[in-house]
Write a protein that binds this ligand. Structure first.
Ligand SMILES: Nc1ncnc2c1ncn2[C@@H]1O[C@H](COP(=O)(O)OP(=O)(O)OP(=O)(O)O)[C@@H](O)[C@H]1O
Length: 457
């Protein structure tokens, strides 16, 4: 597998030595323009990441930074353990340390096996990446062409049509795709010329999968008529990327202005006033940052219409995995939640208590209360006299003056001592509760089951 001369930046005018140099040349150029950081090759064992790993292993510039490989075993193919063993053996021959990690592929998410495997793989990458390390992937020009066409066929905008980014932040490090400009054939030539052994994953030939259908059926026909298809599509992608990055600059600035950090809610009037080209990606990004899926165009238009609802109305727009509420001229997003009131009275003396709706009640610092309290869910009609207040108040008016969003109101646990309401979560405490917690040297702390924290007054 060896025999490749080391090439350095200093000798770059003497690169043209043999027919293997284009790959090394690209990588060397990439390394010279990349900020420092050790390299971790995402090594599937397939031909492309094999070429990538082998070439990097022969560049002193890569070795000097620190070079290792990471193979993820999805456990989906009966031969996957053999593939892991193959990766370890190749790395041993190259003198590159290799980590093999198993990924748990969750098939229950309804996103398809390929996407679930990808999610699981990236979760491993994120977990395994060291501080400042670069995860180097073997995606090449033909992968980029397939990605862009698939996005086009799904009706994507400039961000999707920009294809895969050459680099981006990933976990504690960066993801880097140095081969996006290199055609698949160059990599396959390299593998052949060095007689590199690689894993042949049969799922790559399954033309029932959209990407494989494109690769094996559609693209050969496109290229037969338009030989420049790959170059033209990647050129369009880079134009879209530039446009998407410019838009991103603008919608990021708009998001800063429209989002309230304390509540993570959005100012709807400001959002509606944005041009379409900013409104859509801003919403998608705001949702993704909360781990929520973006709406379809039809659902987004529904949100836009509901944003102009009268005060007092409480619009809620739902789609699989997310719901958006419009309240007090702001927009709030969360995971859809069935209204869950519980009837049991739960005893509590200070130990962390997971409530039936997923909320969490604790004492900070952890300690034990002198008496056992009872925790109940709101039923309606409850009243409390908050410390320092001259009157008892019903919870409905407390919630209104405290600006507690309506969808959060039933989640606040109520703390009772001998059937007397002494605290509403950690928010309103009676004189008796204040005294009890002061004597115990701790404060109650409640974590909402919803993704958004409670709004401030
Ligand atoms: N199981 C895996 N472990 C580590 N990295 C992986 C794995 N699967 C994919 N990758 C990384 O993602 C890149 C693109 O993945 P893709 O599924 O297109 O490739 P592949 O067909 O598995 O193999 P290759 O690209 O190496 O020929 C790979 O080149 C590799 O860098």
């Amino acid at each position: 597998m060896d025999g490749q001369k080391p090439y350095t930046c200093a000798t770059k005018n003497r690169w043209r030595v043999n027919n293997l140099e284009p790959l090394l040349q690209t990588l060397l150029h990439g390394l010279c323009t990349q900020p420092d950081g050790s390299l971790c090759v995402a090594y599937s064992g397939g031909p492309d990441s094999t070429a990538l790993l082998h070439a990097l292993a022969h560049l002193p510039e890569a070795r000097k930074r620190g070079l290792r490989a990471l193979h993820v075993d999805h456990g989906l193919n009966p031969d996957s353990a053999k593939w892991s063993a193959h990766c370890l053996a190749v790395c041993a021959l190259l003198g590159v340390h290799c980590d093999v990690k198993c990924a748990y592929v969750d098939r229950s998410g309804g996103i398809g096996l390929e996407a679930a495997a990808r999610e699981a793989r990236y979760a491993v990458f994120i977990e395994q990446l060291h501080d400042g390390e670069r995860l180097v992937l073997g995606h090449h020009q033909d992968d980029q062409v397939e990605t862009v066409l698939l996005k086009l066929l799904r009706g994507a905008g400039p961000e999707g049509l920009g294809g895969m980014r050459e680099q981006r932040v990933l976990g504690r490090g960066m993801l880097w795709r140095p081969l996006l400009g290199v055609p698949r054939d160059v990599l396959r030539d390299y593998v052949r010329a060095h007689a590199l052994p690689y894993v042949d994953d049969p799922s790559n030939d399954d033309t029932r999968l959209a990407r494989n259908h494109l690769r094996h059926r559609v693209l050969p026909q496109l290229k037969a008529y338009w030989p420049q298809a790959a170059a033209s599509i990647t050129h369009s992608a880079s134009l879209s990327r530039t446009a998407a990055d410019t838009l991103q600059h603008d919608w990021s600035a708009a998001l800063e202005n429209l989002r309230d950090d304390a509540t993570n809610s959005l100012d709807v009037a400001g959002w509606l006033a944005l041009p379409d080209a900013l409104r859509e990606p801003l919403l998608a990004h705001w949702l993704h940052a909360q781990g929520l899926p973006a709406p379809t165009t039809v659902q987004r238009h529904q949100i836009e219409r509901q944003c102009t609802a009268q005060d007092g109305q409480l619009p809620c727009i739902r789609w699989p995995g997310a719901e958006v509420h419009v309240w007090k001229k702001r927009m709030w997003a969360m995971v859809p939640r069935k209204p869950s009131t519980w009837t049991d009275a739960l005893p509590w003396q200070g130990k962390p208590l997971r409530l039936p709706d997923g909320g969490l009640l604790t004492l900070e610092p952890a300690t034990t209360l002198p008496v056992a309290l009872t925790i109940r869910c709101r039923q309606g009609g409850e009243r409390i006299k908050p410390a320092g207040d001259r009157h008892t108040r019903d919870l409905r008016s407390l919630f209104q003056t405290g600006a507690i969003p309506p969808w959060q109101r039933d989640t606040l646990p109520l703390l009772y001592e001998d059937n007397v309401l002494i605290a509403v979560a950690d928010r309103w405490l009676s004189e008796r509760a204040e005294t009890m917690f002061r004597q115990a040297g701790a404060r109650p702390r409640w974590q909402s089951p919803l993704s958004n924290p409670l709004s401030g007054d």
